[in-house]
Structures are given as C-alpha cells and as structure tokens.
Design a protein around this ligand. Structure first.
Ligand SMILES: [Zn+2]
Length: 314
C-alpha cells in the first residue's frame, strides 16, 4: 500500500470544503455528520484522532515530558464530546483501544478504560475557549521547574516562543484531579495557550493534538534555554519592541491568543471555528447556516473517508 502524497490530501480537503460550502450556499441538503456519541466514537474521524493522540503520547514519553502514568491528552470531536486518554496509563504504551469518549459534563459514554482523572481540567478549557480543540497536560522538566519555583520565564527572548506561546501564565496550586484544580486556569486560558501549573506541570491547548504537543516542546525548550542563558550572563538581551511588533503581527495572522493583542484580534484573523452551539440550542441553530466548527468537522470526516477509500483501492 503506497502512502498518499500530502499535497493530494490538501487538494482533496480543499475540494471537499468547496463542495460543502457550495452545497450550503445553494440550500441543498448537506451530508450530516454523526450525532450519536457511539457513532462519533466509531467514526473514521475518531479513528484518525485516536491515532494522532497515540503519536503525541509517544512523543511526550520519548521526550520525557510524562513520567509513570503522568500526563493526559484530549481532543474535542464535536461540540459536546471529547476523546481522552485513560487513567493509569503510560503515554509511551498508549493504544487507540485505550481512548474513551466523555461529554462536557464529565460522563464517560464510550471506551473500556476509565477516563483520566484530569479530564476536568480539559473540560473547563473547552467550555471557556471554543477554539480549543485539543488539550495536553504533562510534566516537562524545565517548564515544571519554573512552575515549582514560581518563576515565569522572562519574555521577548526567542521568536518561536513569542509567536507560538508568548507570555506564559502561572496558575496557583490546587490538588490535582479536583474541580478547584481544573478552575485554576480559567483566569488565564483565554489569553494564553500555555499555562504553568504551580508545583505540578503545564497545560497547553491548540487547534489540534499535534499543535498542542508542539507547544509543549516549544515552552519546555524555551524554559531550558532561559535557564542556560541566565548562567552565561546576568542580564539577557531582549528582542527590540519594534521587532516584537513584527512577531505579534505574525501571531495575529495565525490566530493565536496573546494578552498583548487587542481582545478579539487574534480570533478574527483566521478561520477559527465559531462558538460551538450549546446542546440546548442545537435544534435552533440547525435551521441556520452551520457554524464553521461544523463545516470543519464535516470536511475532516469526508476527507478521511475519501483517504480510506483511496488507500483501499491502491
Ligand atoms: Zn499532572
């Protein structure tokens, strides 16, 4: 079986998107995505997301960002449902069969293994930030060292950090697994995609699991770099303000959150999904044009089904 050229995947995705948007524009009935949790859990889209979670878990473990059964990964597959890793599982050993489905009320709907005890933290983030599609919590040593010391790393030192993460927030300590712990991030989570958790670790959110894992790598490498640089010189050279403005302009185009950007700027800049409709208003919203969130979901699902078909016929 030959691998499909990534350029072809992008082309297929564009064609699917155009077809769906044309369909919506002419009020033709559009294909409907699965709505029952069991259907969602068994869908090709869920299969692809579970594979992505397994890959991210392996990377986290190989980079020593998760210790023992530490760390957890989740992805929001629909406005109400979230795929998540199980409790008591090394992310280096994670399999697609280990992943379960929970709703936003923290009820496990599907999956054989009990959900992670930290899912409350993930759910609070999904409820507070509609554009958050994936959340990773873990214990990377350099970022966790800052969280233990209560030290927020100095900013404006490395372009990648400024563009993808920016100022890092520090949430106060609470007992892991509790609702109080989950809610410690709420004051910060709209303006920051990466938060240090005092005496514990970090949490990152992004549009995909892969990108959330990238942010973990970026922030831990940044914390390590700042620690080493601080041993070389008592005062670190910051990037000049006008050059930081250039980086913020890039960040705005990428649609990433930053407390230095005016409220709403980052989210308006790109095709960030609209606020997922609340379950109670689902019927009302069905009568209108679907939100970008639903179109994105449909594009991913149809594209993955096309890819499975192509792979089977090659
Ligand atoms: Zn933890």
């Amino acid at each position: 079986m030959e691998a499909i050229d990534p350029n072809h995947i992008s082309s297929i995705s564009s064609i699917v998107r155009r077809a769906i948007l044309d369909c919506l524009a002419t009020n033709q009935p559009s294909p409907t995505s699965a709505s029952e949790p069991q259907q969602i859990f068994a869908s090709p889209e869920a299969a692809a997301l579970k594979q992505e979670m397994v890959r991210a878990g392996r990377k986290l473990w190989e980079r020593q960002y998760v210790d023992g059964n530490g760390g957890n990964i989740s992805v929001r597959i629909s406005p109400r449902y979230v795929l998540c890793t199980p409790t008591l599982c090394s992310k280096g050993d994670l399999c697609v069969e280990d992943i379960s489905l929970v709703d936003l009320d923290n009820d496990q709907i599907c999956g054989d293994r009990p959900q992670t005890s930290e899912i409350l933290l993930h759910l609070e983030i999904y409820k507070a930030v509609p554009s958050a599609r994936a959340v990773i919590h873990c214990h990377p040593p350099y970022a966790t060292a800052h969280a233990v010391a209560g030290v927020v790393p100095q900013g404006n030192l490395v372009p990648e950090q400024e563009v993808f993460i920016g100022p890092v927030a520090l949430a106060p300590y609470e007992t892991p697994g509790t609702r109080a712990f989950a809610q410690t991030v709420l004051p910060y989570v709209k303006d920051h995609n990466t938060i240090l958790l005092a005496n514990h670790g970090i949490v990152c959110w992004a549009d995909t699991v892969t990108h959330a894992e990238w942010y973990v790598e970026v922030v831990d490498t940044y914390c390590k770099t700042v620690m080493i640089a601080s041993q070389l010189a008592p005062r670190l050279n910051e990037i000049p303000p006008d050059k930081i403005a250039d980086l913020l302009a890039i960040k705005k185009k990428l649609g990433l959150p930053d407390p230095r950007l005016p409220i709403g700027d980052a989210m308006d800049a790109v095709d960030i999904p609209a606020h997922p409709p609340a379950e109670s208003s689902q019927a009302a919203s069905n009568a209108k044009r679907p939100a970008n969130y639903e179109v994105d979901q449909l594009v991913r699902r149809v594209t993955s089904e096309v890819l499975v078909f192509l792979q089977q016929t090659q």
